[in-house]
Design a binder for this molecule. Structure first.
Ligand code: ADP
Ligand code: MG
Length: 320
């Protein structure tokens, strides 16, 4: 422990004790050596952990409220991709200093999204060092209805939610020293995790993944896990206006941070899926088909020729 103990406990008490939704299955939350949580019979625990490092995952001067939102949103997106109901979070915070205004805004951003999804912060760890944020999110899903990466079968249609490439374009704009408009910037800084969609896809989707590293890389994980190939129709990719005007496929194919869902389902489920999208107010677009002959991902341009995507997605250790 490197932060002065009295200050550390005051910080935790002021900003993180009792954050998020009240839940009856939290027998003991922040304040003891462990949290005690009740897992209902028949449910498995779905556990996901993500780390955000200043200068790698976000600009160090990033709005702390947005950062609090994004910290939870990326983990909610993982649970969404499994069809799990989010329940409990733990938070490891490494801070260069104890800045009450920064902490209050960060906790507010995190707490608002937590309450919206019924999540309670039940514990964590607080240390001093370069700004690094790790959140572990736990949720519940009956093991037999979890949406896994290994269930895609030849003939399944490939679907994506929302639009692709917006976050990558917002990031490119910021890196070029320009100011993306508010809606585009929000796609990068305040992503919307597709939790209700993932839950509704239980029993419908054969496989699912969330798009954090780009469609080619993430769909590639589904193909590898399922032992299948696929064909993507690039002309069908759902693009927002700003991305569409760029005429740059790499934004939608290799741009990270969209936190949309990519899922597969037999064509017999098309009607159900479109109805589900309408009910949830979420755009759902068929973008390709799973192939059983080989394990390659082929990207077909609108004229039928094949594009060989060069940038496949973000890799922290590429070239290391
Ligand atoms: P220990 O030394 O027993 O591991 P800590 O001193 O690290 O406990 O933490 C005291 C309590 O505060 C624990 O219940 C822990 O889960 C909680 N806690 C510490 N940091 C955070 C945080 N950033 N967010 C939420 N809870 C936290
Ligand atoms: Mg500790």
């Amino acid at each position: 422990m490197t932060v002065e103990p009295g200050a550390e406990f005051a910080l935790i008490g002021a900003h993180f004790a009792g954050l998020g939704a009240a839940r009856e299955d939290v027998l003991l939350g922040v304040g003891d050596d462990c949290a005690l949580l009740r897992v209902p019979p028949g449910q498995s625990l779905a556990v996901s952990l993500d780390t955000l490092v200043a200068g790698v995952h976000f600009f160090p001067d990033c709005d702390p409220h947005a950062l609090g939102h994004k910290t939870l949103a990326v983990s909610l997106s993982d649970l969404a991709a499994m069809g799990a109901e989010p329940a409990w979070a733990t938070l490891a915070l490494t801070l260069p200093a104890s800045d009450p205004a920064w902490l209050a805004a960060f906790a507010a951003g995190l707490g608002e999204l937590a309450r919206a999804h019924g999540v309670r912060l039940v514990g964590g760890d607080t240390t001093r060092g370069p700004l690094t944020i790790t959140l572990q999110l736990q949720g519940l899903v009956p093991p037999e209805s979890a949406l896994r990466r290994d269930g895609a079968r030849a003939g399944d249609r490939i679907w994506v939610s929302g639009t692709l490439g917006d976050a990558a374009l917002a990031l490119a704009e910021l890196q070029a020293g320009r100011d993306p408009d508010a809606a585009l910037r929000a796609r990068l800084e305040r992503p919307t995790p597709r939790v209700a969609l993932g839950r509704a896809l239980r029993g419908v989707a054969s496989a699912a993944i969330d798009l954090s590293d780009g469609l080619v890389a993430d769909l590639g994980h589904v193909l590898a896990a399922s032992g299948v190939g696929a064909e993507l129709q690039l002309g069908a990719l759902p693009l927002g206006e700003a991305v569409a005007t760029r005429a740059d496929w790499s934004l939608a194919l290799a741009g990270g941070d969209d936190y949309e869902l990519c899922f597969c389902a037999p064509p017999g489920r098309d009607g159900e899926i479109l109805a589900l999208g309408q009910r949830l107010g979420c755009r759902l677009t068929p973008v390709g088909i799973i192939r059983g002959d080989g394990d390659a991902l082929r990207c077909l341009l609108p004229d039928g020729t094949e594009l060989n995507p060069t940038r496949k997605g973000y890799d922290h250790f590429a070239g290391a």
